[in-house]
Design a protein around this ligand. Structure first.
Ligand code: HEM
Length: 471
């Protein structure tokens, strides 16, 4: 064998490796700047986990409008300007279902094949059942439910505002979307439910990523909630819908779940429970807290309520869709609170490399947008840190259009299907509370906690409300 014959495969292999090396290096250079720490797999996880919201904003200031954070085995590429957001919302190469499937498995034990088979069908159903044209079906029941809960608050008292709104919204939501009287039949049961849901909700983000044996309390509460649904699922299915109604949202969802799998009904119930209670109650908190801490706005809101319902405070008023239309300021206050306390991140999985600005984002990355920070960009929202409900005058609210770059409910094909329901229940809740009671805050408006990224930020520390029935 001649020396040239022997050499050529070696030379080809060496040259090939060089080309591949240079190619990957070039690809990497074209990727966004990456913050990856030095610990394998954990990457920047420790730093990021301490205060993720702040970490993202600091990274944006240092690295510019697109950057990658490597943490806990994930590459999360954040986009903060139009070009990236456009790709996030419109590109065929980024996928919602693949981004959330793993967290859904961890938090509710729904296997990948079941989730992918059912997701779109369930989404279409939720979108229809909670679409703008269906809202009139909920207005009456929500009003009744809130009256019932307000009764239990008595004529006056002092309470942590977070607890106050949960006391109103948890039962009202569950009774409306699942089945009347499902969990809140006595005080002991309610307390137990609140406790387990709180633990499940607070640990949701960690639970969606970390092994369950690291999160014992969270796992216990998750199992408790699943067992509760297992016990009640037949009762939910059997519950007779009111005349002219097709059934509660949960009932019609279970009909679809049944077509694919019988055994995962409680798991879907748990997911809907979390989606319907994790964001709307804290948002009712923030709306009331913002209104009560802005005396001018509070005064105008009260005048508006009196102009529609009178001043009595004792009557069990009925709130109709027409009444809501006469109270635009209250809707603007809700939307402005949502703008300021929007979820930390929303996410999509990159399934084919996408080009953003001068960078190539590789497949496998999670593409992330932070509505919380996007809503603080003065380019889109002048004086972004101020609570200014009147900025919503510019939005075409009658046609259900939000302000440009408002992304608290996500966007694109799988935008939050519960958004109109959430807006409705928060508006009715705020109206009934402020109609019935003279309210004031005993503590300053709290800051938002920077600890969590998924969902609406919770308040940091307590904030008490003092309420007294109007005479
Ligand atoms: C102010 C309150 C709420 C906020 C800020 C909010 C926000 C969001 C966001 C950001 C998403 C992800 C969308 C995306 O990635 O594009 C989402 C999804 C979802 N939301 Fe909401 N949400 C709220 C209230 C509700 C309520 C009351 C319900 C149910 C009644 C609900 C049901 C859902 C469901 C089921 C999904 C998942 C949709 C899917 O799987 O495709 N949300 N929400």
């Amino acid at each position: 064998m001649g020396i040239m014959e022997l050499l050529s495969p070696v030379v080809i292999a060496v040259l090939g490796s060089c080309v591949l090396f240079l190619f990957f290096r070039w690809q990497n250079l074209r990727g966004p700047p990456c913050i990856q720490g030095w610990v394998p797999w954990i990457g920047a996880g420790f730093e990021f986990g301490k205060a993720p919201l702040e970490f993202i904003e600091k990274a944006r200031l240092k690295y510019g409008p697109i950057f990658t954070i490597f943490a806990m085995g994930n590459r999360m590429t954040f986009v903060t300007e139009e070009e990236g957001i456009d790709v996030f919302l419109k590109s065929k190469h980024v996928d919602f279902e693949l981004a959330v499937q793993n967290p859904v498995y961890h938090t509710a034990w729904i296997p990948k094949n079941v989730f992918l088979a059912l997701h779109e069908k369930l989404y279409v159903l939720m979108k229809g059942k909670m679409g703008t044209f269906s809202m009139h079906q909920f207005t009456g029941q929500l009003t009744e439910e809130f009256h019932e809960q307000l009764e239990a608050l008595g004529t006056h008292g002092t309470m942590d505002l977070n607890k106050f709104v949960r006391h109103l919204l948890y039962p009202a939501t569950v009774n409306t979307l699942f089945k009347k009287g499902l969990f809140f039949t006595n005080e002991r049961k309610s307390k137990e439910f609140y406790q387990h849901f709180k633990t499940y909700d607070e640990g949701f983000e960690y639970g969606s990523q970390l092994p369950e044996w690291l999160l014992r309390n969270w796992s216990k509460s998750k199992r408790w909630l699943l067992a509760l649904f297992e016990k009640n699922i037949e009762e939910i299915k059997a519950h007779k819908p009111a005349e002219g109604h097709s059934g509660t949202l949960m009932q019609v969802m279970l009909d679809i779940v049944k077509t694919e799998t019988g055994q995962h009904s409680p798991n879907y119930a748990l997911l809907l429970l979390w989606a319907s209670l994790a964001n709307a109650p804290p948002m009712a908190f923030w709306t009331l807290a913002f209104v009560l801490s802005h005396p001018d706005i509070h005064k105008t809101v009260l005048e508006d309520i009196s102009s529609v319902f009178g001043t009595a405070g004792k009557d069990k008023i009925k709130v109709s869709e027409d009444d809501l239309k006469k109270l635009p300021l209250i809707k603007w206050c809700v939307l402005e609170a949502i703008r300021l306390r929007a979820p930390g991140v929303i996410t999509r999985k990159v399934v084919k490399p996408v080009q953003i600005l001068s960078h190539t984002v590789p497949s496998g990355d999670l593409l992330m947008v932070s509505p919380f920070w996007l809503h603080r960009n003065p380019k889109y929202f002048p004086e972004p840190d101020s609570f200014k409900p009147e900025r919503w005058k510019e939005a075409n609210i009658d046609k259900n259009v939000f302000l440009d770059c408002f992304m608290a409910f996500g966007g694109g094909k799988f935008q939050c299907p519960g958004r109109w329901f959430a807006l409705l229940e928060i508006q009715i809740c705020v109206i009934l509370v402020l109609y019935k009671y003279d309210c004031s805050l005993l503590d300053p408006l709290p800051k938002q906690s920077c600890l969590h990224l998924v969902g609406v930020p919770q308040p940091e520390g307590n904030c008490r409300i003092e309420y007294r029935q109007r005479t």
